[in-house]
Write a protein that binds this ligand. Structure first.
Ligand code: SAM
Ligand code: SF4
Ligand code: SF4
Length: 340
């Protein structure tokens, strides 16, 4: 049987440390860079319930992933909180020995309803996505005309429940780059870490091109000119965000520079889609069907072995090799399905 001491690494010598689990491909928002409403309309076929991994199946798979080295779990989607009883999944996962951190990424709207339950089940942290502090800009971006207030209420509810909150903002030129400074000022004042994410060419539906990307450097320099920043060391190998602090404060800010300063050489992340496919890269074109494996009666050691083989064969480094050409031609999986 596989043990953690075996130190599983892939073909580029990267260990397996993080597992992102998508619990649903559905969402209450239609952010144009993720699920454009023209494509994800009323007639769009989402996964039927029976195709989703059950919580017990997710738990079984997670146990095997932990044996291979996974220490951090992130629940995501789609919008993870549109799936019923996610707190029950959190509770199951907190009992797995070896997991050091469980977090959830959400658009925040359902946090007033579920934050306490999630915290009670053992969740430690939430990352809340918000792309503008200006109501009209945000309404335009989420495709459902939802204002900023429900998200701010979600943040408050999470903090009141004792969850640590970090914010994510995807920056898209011409759409919300005017919001970089207002967002930085707002969350600095609140003492909440805000992370800026470069707009990525995930999937094939968001019309991505390089011209719409605002680089980490440009965002950094803009903020730094008004509110000086100093870098902070990464906390662990494979940390995605480059971290900074506002000088003279404890308030942090981060940058996820997947396009202009890629970080594939330290990418320790695996992803499971809501229907149980394992992806070894956000930009993968195909996954490995774990649901069929588990539903065909595989034993724990069969699963351990299958995961080990996939990880050991991994060579993905899409962002290191990205060109305008690969971004357009490659048939990639949608972010809402693979799990952001
Ligand atoms: N619905 C949840 C949310 O929005 O937080 C979780 C899933 S969402 C796919 C996870 C993260 O991916 C969000 O922070 C979202 O802004 C980010 N994201 C989605 N599409 C993106 C893109 N094309 N480029 C960069 N980040 C993206
Ligand atoms: Fe939904 Fe999150 Fe995608 Fe926006 S980024 S459409 S909230 S899954
Ligand atoms: Fe990891 Fe793939 Fe992103 Fe590179 S492109 S950092 S391998 S998910």
């Amino acid at each position: 049987m596989t043990t953690k001491e075996e130190k599983i690494v892939d073909q580029l010598n990267r260990p397996l440390r993080d597992l992102r689990i998508s619990v649903t491909d559905q969402c209450n928002f239609r952010c144009s860079y993720c699920m454009p409403k023209e494509i994800f309309g009323d007639d769009y076929s989402f996964l039927p319930l029976g195709e989703l991994l059950s919580f017990s199946e997710i738990e079984t798979l997670t146990r095997s992933f932990v044996k291979l080295g996974v220490q951090k779990i992130r629940l995501t989607g789609g919008e993870p909180l549109v799936r019923k009883n996610v707190h029950e999944l959190v509770e199951r996962l907190t009992h797995i020995k070896g997991i050091e951190d469980i977090a959830l990424t959400t658009n925040g709207v359902f946090l007033p309803k579920y934050a306490k339950q999630l915290k009670g089940a053992g969740l430690q942290r939430v990352n809340v996505s918000l792309d503008a502090i200006d109501n009209d800009i945000f309404k335009g971006m989420n495709g459902r005309s939802v204002g900023v207030k429900p998200v701010l209420k979600g943040i408050e509810a999470a903090q009141e429940a004792g969850l640590l909150v970090k914010m994510n903002m995807v920056v898209q030129k011409g759409k919300n780059d005017s919001q970089i400074l207002p967002m930085a000022r707002y969350f600095k004042e609140k003492g909440i870490t805000l992370r800026f994410i470069e707009f990525m060419d995930v999937g094939t539906t968001n019309g991505w091109n390089f011209d719409q990307v605002v680089s980490k450097k440009a965002i950094h320099d803009l903020i730094n000119s008004e509110m000086p920043l100093e870098p902070i060391d990464a906390e662990y190998f494979g940390e995605v965000a480059k971290r900074y602090r506002y000088v003279g404060t404890d308030v942090e800010i981060g940058f996820i520079s997947s396009v202009t300063e890629s970080f594939c050489s330290s990418c320790t992340r695996a992803r499971i889609s809501a229907d149980g496919k394992l992806y070894t890269c956000l930009f993968a074109t195909a996954g490995h069907d774990l649901k069929s494996l588990i539903r065909s009666g595989a034993t724990e050691s069969d699963i351990d072995e299958a995961l080990k083989l996939v990880w050991q064969a991994r060579r993905d480094r899409y962002s290191d090799e990205r060109t305008e050409e690969t971004a357009k031609k490659r048939k990639k999986i949608e972010m809402s399905y693979i799990g952001g």
